[in-house]
Each structure stands twice: as structure tokens, then as C-alpha cells.
Design a protein around this ligand. Structure first.
Ligand code: DCP
Ligand code: MN
Length: 463
């Protein structure tokens, strides 16, 4: 049954009077009877809108006249003279209703306002909309409108929460998520931080928390991709990416980040200790062929005796103090030839330079012989004189390293993977420390002793 409202003065002032027809057209909103809200609150869920829709008629510059499609005209006074099909209705002045949840249905983000008689809620028609109403609605200036839901990552979760809370009997909470979905689905932009919606009523604290948590979770996830640091992770989040699949289409990623992404799951798979031992033996054997006498050992969690390792941290030097120079490129080539090294992430060569203490580094991915599962591998080549510091640093763990650094600081030294530097008088900056030459120690134990830290075997360093 349909009826036409006689737009009385109060009605125009209350809601439609605030907007011209073009504004309403632009908003592409459906205007619903306030009754929809009351019924929804009574039911504890959003009731189908189709019988509550008010359609606008284009009438030039005049305030819009209104058609109502409403079989259930409870709460509206009908004019006795109307035919059953087209009733002339007058809206009875009703007391203003601010019934709890209904109060914050109002939303300001999309040029739709709430009035005391009517609440506007949706900008799309639900799938249950009958075709018999479609003709009427389409002939008016309010068209069916299905905006792209730019925030479906949020609304999909919220829709689930609507059902979950309803099933739990928490109708009020269920309804507040329902309302939030209605509001968020209409956003013409992707929500990226909670500040964008902090002033929106109808979108509760839960959503703000949710978005904040989502941001933290997403940035943390992106930061787990090799080569993506916090700043890049934040930039990618702000570009709208929300999961790793979406990142695959991101053309600003470096080649190394792409590899990190492609083998994300592989890299996260920890390697059993005994497999690392086998790969260490393989790497040592190839190293000996390339450069007899070369010292190669796997540090990190493997050297500390952990059952599984996140990656392999190879530390390489040569006892003669010079043959390490130029070793790494040849070594990497051989390891690639036997299909052990598979992808490069970073290759940095400085062993023939005086600066940077002559360190060569290869970061990449390797596979256990006969397998395709990728593992992270680091090869670091240092001059022999730095070996004691290198072993301590790359064996860890990070807690021990921090303690040793603090201890060194307290004694007026700076400790890192390239030495132990006495503080330069008159300067407390890192630069001041670096300007001095490192003390020389042959073994890890000498460093521990010098600092006065009790000696710990590698397997005792899991602090
Ligand atoms: N922020 C960091 C990172 C690393 N390290 C040192 C201590 C680590 O033990 C060593 C190797 O770094 P890894 O990240 O490879 O850590 P682990 O080898 O200890 O553990 P995992 O099994 O996760 O590789 O380098 C450090 O002092 N501080
Ligand atoms: Mn490691």
C-alpha cells in the first residue's frame, strides 16, 4: 500500500525543510519512517526497510513532496478519505523521541541529518527489496544506490558481530553494530584511522578501538615482511592495504620486499636444529673449497643450542687476517651453483675498503637440499681482528647483548659488533666513541673478562 504525505509545515522544518531536493538527490539516501527505528528497537534488530521507505518526488525547486511505501502504518494517522492504494496522510505532530539507541543513529558524514519525525539511515536497498516497490522508487528521484563498500573489511566483521550478539541475546549491542554498519557502508572514503570517525555518533567506541587495533595489527604484520620497516608499513597501511595479498599488487615495493612477501610463510617456518647443522656442514665444505682455512660457523640461536632456529646467521673470517677479502662473491656464486642459495635480498661488499671495518654481507634465501621451502640466511664476512666481537654480537641473545653494552657504557666504552671503543675525552656522542680505535681481543672470553661479566658458554646465553 502506498500513500502520499501532505508535507505540513512542521514536517518540512523538522527534516525535509533543511534540505533542497538536489541535496537529497546527491545524498542518494533512502528516507525511512521513524516507525522503522521504533520497530527495529522493539524487535532488537533492524527490520527490513522496504515497507518504511519514503520516496521523493522531483518538483523543480519546490521542497520535495513525499511518497511513503508502508504497509504497516502504525503510528501514522491516515485520512479517512483516501483510497486504500493512495492515502493522503498527515503526519501527526509527535513528541520528540530520543529512545536510547535511536538517538545516535544520526550521522553527519554524508549530508544526511536526522529529524525528530524521521530518521535517515540507509543509502542502499537491501536484497529483500520487492520488485513491486522498485518501479515506484526508481520513478522518483531516490534511486537504488549500491555504493562500493570501501570499508568492507570492517563492515564484514561487524555484520558477523550483529549475528553473534543477537544469538547471545545482547540485542542492544547487536543493534549498535547494525547501526554502525549502516553508517560505515556509506562512507565515500576508506577509514584509515579512528580520528576520521571520532566525532560520528552511531559509531561507537568499539569501532574506534577496532580500527585502532586493526591499524596496529596491520602495521605489525607488514613489518614482518623482510625489508619492510615501520615507516614503510605505515605508508602501505595509509595507502589502504590491509593484508599481504593486497601488498602483492603494490608497485612501490623493492625487489627484496617482494621476495620477502612471496616467501612470507616459508621464512616464518622455523628450522630444526639438526637441519641447520647439516646446512652448516654443507656451507663449511663449500667454503673450504673456495678458500682453504676459512672459518665458518653458524651463530644466533643455533649456536646457543636452540631446538629450532628462525634463520641462519653465518659468521665468516680467515685466520690470516686478509684472505677474507674478496671471498664472499665467489662463495655466494658456488652456493648458488649447487642450488643452495636461491634468492638475494641484500648484497653489500666492503671488505676491500678501509671504512666500515671492511665487512661483506649477503642476506638471502636458501633451501635444504632437495626441498623448496625457503629459509633466511645471512653470511657475514669480517676481518679476523673483529672476530671476538662478531661472535658475541651474532650469537646473542639480544638480552645478553644489551647487558654487555650497558656494562661497557658504565665503564666508559662503547661495544658493538665491530669492537670495544674507549670514550674519547670531551665527547659523549657515538661519533666520539667511534673516533677512537677498538681494543683488541682474540677471544670472546677475553671480552667478557675485560668487562667483568661472568663467562657464559654459548648455550648459556639464552637469557
Ligand atoms: N635487534 C637485535 C637483533 C639481533 N641481535 C643479535 C642477537 C641475536 O641473537 C643475533 C641473531 O639475530 P636473530 O634475529 O637471528 O636472532 P636469533 O638467532 O637469536 O633467533 P632466531 O632463532 O629467531 O633467528 O643478533 C641483537 O643483538 N639485536
Ligand atoms: Mn638467527
Amino acid at each position: 500500500m502506498e500513500a502520499e504525505i501532505e508535507t505540513n509545515g512542521r514536517y518540512r522544518k523538522g527534516f525535509l525543510g533543511k534540505f533542497d531536493r538536489h541535496q537529497l538527490e546527491r545524498s542518494k539516501a533512502l528516507v525511512l519512517l521513524y516507525q522503522w527505528l521504533e520497530d527495529s528497537l522493539r524487535e532488537g534488530k533492524g527490520v527490513p526497510e522496504r515497507t518504511y521507505i519514503i520516496a521523493m518526488k522531483s518538483t523543480g525547486m519546490e521542497p520535495p513532496s513525499v511518497e511513503i511505501h508502508h504497509d504497516n502504518i502504525n503510528g501514522l494517522q491516515s485520512d479517512k478519505n483516501n483510497s486504500p492504494l493512495k492515502k493522503q496522510l498527515k503526519l501527526s505532530p509527535k513528541p520528540s523521541r530520543n529512545s536510547g539507541a535511536g538517538h545516535d543513529v544520526e550521522q553527519r558524514s554524508s549530508s544526511i541529518a536526522s529529524g525528530s519525525d524521521l530518521q535517515t539511515l540507509r543509502s542502499y536497498c537491501p536484497p529483500s527489496l520487492d520488485t513491486k516497490n522498485e518501479t515506484v522508487i526508481n520513478s522518483s528521484s531516490t534511486s537504488l544506490y549500491s555504493p562500493p563498500d570501501l570499508n568492507d573489511n570492517v563492515t564484514e566483521i561487524f555484520k558477523r558481530l550483529v549475528d553473534i550478539y543477537r544469538a547471545l541475546g545482547e540485542d542492544r549491542r547487536s543493534f549498535s553494530y547494525y547501526k554502525a554498519v549502516q553508517v560505515i557502508e556509506k562512507f565515500p572514503f576508506k577509514i584509515e584511522n579512528s580520528d576520521q570517525i571520532k566525532d560520528l555518533p552511531g559509531v561507537g567506541k568499539s569501532l574506534k578501538d577496532h580500527i585502532h587495533n586493526e591499524k596496529v595489527r596491520t602495521i605489525t604484520l607488514f613489518g614482518e615482511v623482510w625489508g619492510i620497516g615501520p615507516a614503510t608499513a605505515l605508508r602501505l597501511y595509509e595507502k589502504g592495504h590491509r593484508n599481504l595479498d593486497e601488498l602483492k599488487n603494490e608497485d612501490t615495493l623493492t625487489q627484496a620486499q617482494r621476495i620477502g612477501l612471496k616467501f612470507f610463510d616459508d621464512i616464518k617456518t622455523r628450522i630444526p636444529h639438526h637441519e641447520v647443522r647439516e646446512m652448516e656442514q654443507l656451507v663449511q665444505k663449500v667454503g673450504e673449497q673456495v678458500l682453504p682455512g676459512v672459518d665458518i660457523l653458524c651463530g644466533g640461536s643455533y649456536r646457543r643450542g636452540k631446538e629450532t632456529c628462525g634463520d641462519m646467521d653465518f659468521i665468516i673470517t680467515h685466520p690470516d687476517g686478509r684472505s677474507h677479502i674478496g671471498f664472499l662473491p665467489k662463495f655466494v656464486k658456488c652456493l648458488k651453483d649447487i642450488n643452495f642459495l636461491r634468492e638475494d635480498l641484500m648484497f653489500s661488499l666492503h671488505s676491500d675498503e678501509v671504512t666500515d671495518s671492511g665487512v661483506d654481507t649477503f642476506f638471502g634465501l636458501c633451501t635444504f637440499p632437495g626441498r623448496e621451502l625457503r629459509h633466511r640466511i645471512d653470511l657475514k664476512v669480517y676481518p679476523r681482528e673483529l672476530y671476538s666481537f662478531v661472535l658475541i654480537h651474532w650469537t646473542g641473545n639480544d638480552v645478553l647483548n644489551r647487558r654487555l653494552r650497558i656494562l661497557a657504557d658504565s665503564k666508559g666504552y662503547r661495544l658493538d659488533d665491530k669492537g670495544l671503543f674507549p670514550a674519547v675525552k670531551g665527547s659523549s656522542s657515538n661519533k666520539g666513541f667511534k673516533a677512537s680505535a677498538s681494543l683488541k681481543f682474540q677471544t670472546e672470553k677475553e671480552v667478557f673478562d675485560f668487562l667483568g661479566f661472568p663467562w657464559l658458554e654459548p648455550h648459556e646465553r639464552n637469557l
